[in-house]
Design a protein around this ligand. Structure first.
Ligand SMILES: Nc1ncnc2c1ncn2[C@@H]1O[C@H](COP(=O)(O)OP(=O)(O)OP(=O)(O)O)[C@@H](O)[C@H]1O
Ligand SMILES: [Mg+2]
Length: 407
């Protein structure tokens, strides 16, 4: 009997459940190898819409490179970080924490000297502390610090993969953009041979912000785009996850799981988890799948969308329009004119305000090249959710209509 769900909605996927992304993985791993063999600083920007699997891809690529090429992976989540000083402090702290159980820990600890502090109840947590002026200095000396560190670790590690993930505040900072540029230029023009792969991770908007601040960064980073899964990868994902817990998925059910999750990893995990919870006989049939899909529409709304959108869009007429915008899972654009034909005259009265609100909330935008009155969802998550809502509504209506009819 299955005990635990193999699905992990909302957190980067554990390595053993990772599927697909073969080309992207190959690209990152090959770049790591190049960095080591040529002693060069390599640069990649991993981008893609929210929840598309950017962090998971980096985590998997790092795990492979750590095993195959003996590199040190440092994966930083910089969501709340706005200054270079804080970023530098986090890099050093991550390095300390990742080394703690390793035989080279002494080397790293000595390297940082009295900047290392043991904190917490049993002194188990390691912190990196330094004065603001020391941190500032470490930023301009960053390439040399990495160089010295790698020199000290040369018997253990051949290079470093440094991942700066969730670039929110920093992406908009001119300081950060200028620092990146000078870091790359300094390594290129000086004699520092640095086997480091620097990976920046952020949604396309963050990449645009960064390049606005420092246009030449456009050419500095090779871009890897993380997109929705292809159908065969989605099948593999469900197949692999359910097989691990000895649950069978019927063909019809598999078709539904794939169709409704639309290759979106967040939806795949949410739907998988809902179906896992519904199934009672270790066999996913059509009914289990359908029920799970409807249930996950609610979970997705409650977790990812409602807090942001429906909190300010409470009116029933707004809700009704929400359910009519999207007619197919891959429909990311719509026109105001078309939509107004699908809604009631009463709903029409609030359509303009509704679109304005959705725009202000960042749910939809007007693409610059599109004709007036054309909108697109800023994230595929939104359109898929609205489509799931519409589908759930339709199936609800259908059930209501057939209830009471002779069988
Ligand atoms: N290759 C994969 N195989 C299986 N599950 C995956 C894969 N990639 C991502 N996922 C799942 O999809 C969800 C989102 O993944 P992840 O957090 O890596 O995305 P992200 O693009 O980094 O998101 P964000 O923009 O919020 O940082 C997670 O639940 C994760 O487990
Ligand atoms: Mg992420």
């Amino acid at each position: 009997m299955k005990e635990y769900s193999p699905f992990t909605p909302g957190i980067p996927v554990p390595v053993e459940y990772f599927v697909g992304r073969d080309n992207e993985l190959r690209g990152i791993i090959a770049t790591t190898k190049k960095s080591i063999s040529q002693n060069s600083l390599e640069r990649i920007f991993v981008t893609g819409e929210r929840g598309m699997g950017k962090s998971s891809l980096c985590k998997m690529a790092t795990a492979i490179s750590e095993a195959e090429d003996n590199v040190l992976g440092l994966h930083l989540h910089l969501g709340g970080v706005n200054t270079l000083e804080e970023m530098a402090r986090m890099v050093f702290e991550r390095l300390l924490r990742n080394s703690r159980d390793k035989n080279w820990f002494g080397t790293v600890k000595d390297f940082f000297g009295n900047h290392v502090k043991q904190v917490g109840l049993f002194g188990f947590m390691l912190e990196f502390t330094a004065s603001p002026s020391d941190l500032r200095k470490s930023i301009s000396e960053f390439p040399y610090i990495l160089k010295n560190l790698l020199e000290k670790l040369k018997d253990e590690k051949k290079g470093i993969i440094l991942i700066l993930d969730d670039l929110n505040g920093l992406a908009g900072s001119a300081d950060f953009a200028n620092w990146l540029k000078s870091f790359v230029d300094e390594v290129a023009t000086s004699n520092i041979h640095l086997p480091v792969l620097l990976i920046l991770v952020g949604i396309p908007e963050r990449r645009r912000q960064l390049i606005n601040n420092q246009p030449s960064l456009d050419r500095v980073f090779n871009m890897i785009q993380v997109k929705r899964f292809e159908n065969d990868e989605t099948i593999k994902f469900f197949d692999q996850s359910f097989t691990k817990i000895n649950v069978k998925v019927e063909k019809k059910a598999m078709e539904l799981l794939c169709r409704y999750s639309g290759g979106h990893p967040v939806f795949m995990h949410e739907i998988g988890d809902a179906v896992f919870n519904i199934d009672e006989d270790d066999n996913i049939d059509h009914k289990d799948a359908m029920l799970g899909i409807v249930r996950s529409a609610e979970a997705i709304g409650a977790k990812y969308i409602e807090p942001k959108v429906l909190a300010t869009v409470r009116s029933d007429r707004y809700r009704a329009i929400l359910k009519k915008i999207v007619r197919a899972p891959d429909e990311h654009r719509f026109s105001k004119q078309d939509l107004s034909k699908r809604i009631s005259p009463d709903e029409s009265k609030v359509l303009h305000n509704f679109l304005q609100k959705m725009k202000n909330l960042g749910v939809i935008s007007q693409p610059p090249e599109a004709p007036r009155g054309e909108y697109e969802f800023t994230s595929e998550l939104y359109s898929l959710f609205f489509w799931l809502q519409a589908t759930a509504q339709k199936s609800h209506d259908r059930n209501a209509n057939t209830r009471g009819q002779p069988k």
